[in-house]
Design a protein around this ligand. Sequence first.
Ligand code: PRP
Ligand code: ZN
Length: 298
Amino acid sequence: MRSFAVFTANKMSGQKLKIAIQKQGRLSDGSTALLKKCGIGFTNGFGKLKSEAQDFPLEIFFLRDDDIPDYVADGVADVVIVGENVLAESPQPVDVLEKLGFGRCRLSLAIPKGFDYATPADLAGKRIATSYPRILRDFFESRNVEADIHEISGSVEIAPSIGLADAVCDLVSSGSTLFSNGLREVETVMLSEAVMIARRGLDEGLQTILDRLLFRIRSVKAAAQNKYILLNAPANKAVEIASILPGMRSPTMMPLADEGWVSIHSVIGEADFWEVVDNLKQAGAEGILVLSIDQMIR
Ligand code: PRP
Ligand code: ZN
C-alpha cells in the first residue's frame, strides 16, 4: 500500500526517472523495443537527445554507449541500459540490476590470416589494437603474457592491414566485420549482453518508479522465454498428455463439443519447446497451436 501511495505522489509531484540508452549501435533497437514492450511510448526521431514517455514517469536520454557509465556516476541518469563490455571497461563501480537478454556479443582476440597462433602466449611482445585496454590488460595479466596494447577508439579491425598492429581485440557478433577484414577469431576474452544498472542512493519516489519498470521488464523477459500452447487430446489420453506439459500451475483442461476429446492449454519454456512438442504428438495430441506471449505476470 505504501508504494502505491508513493507512486500516486510522484504522479502528482511530476517526479520522473531518467533513463539513458544507446543512441546508435548494437543496443539501440533492442533498448527501444524493450521499453515499448513495457507499454512505455515515446518518440525517438533522428538526432533527438531526449524524450519524455507519454504514459510512464520516465525521461529517456539517447547517449553514446561509452559515456553512459559516467552519466550514472555523475547522477545525470538514474538508470541505464548498457553492454557489459562497456561496464567492464569503465572504472566506475556499478551494481547490475537485471540482465536483459539482447545485444549479445563477445570481445575476442583476432589475428590476420597467416599468423601462427596456438595460445595467448603467442601474442607476447605483439602490438594489439583495441578499444578495451583495461579488459585486455587483465586478460593478459592473468595469463602472465606481456603484450603491447594500443588503444584506438574505432575501426579497430583495419589496424593490422594498415600496419598499426599485429592483432586486434574487438567486439564480435555475426563475425562479418572480422571476416571482411581477413581476420580470424582465436580467443574469447569476455561475453557480453545488455544489462540495466542504476545509480546508488535513489530516493524513495524514484525507487518506486524503478521497481515498477523492473516489474514490467521481468514480465516481458519471462514472456519472451515462454510460449502458450493449445492442443486437442482424446479424453482417455488427456492425463498422460497433460503430464508432459509443465504449465505455470497445472494445465487447463476443457471438454470439446465432440465428446471424447478435450482441449488442453498451457505454457511451455522455449528451451525445451521442440522436445515437448514431439512428446505431445507421440502421446496422441492433435491440432497443436503455439502462440507467443506478450506479458507474463508472476
Ligand atoms: C563492433 C565492432 C565491430 C562490429 C562487429 O562495433 O567494433 O565493428 O561491432 O560486429 P559483427 O561481428 O556483427 O560484424 P559496435 O557496433 O558495437 O560499435 P562500438 O564498438 O563503436 O560501440
Ligand atoms: Zn561504443
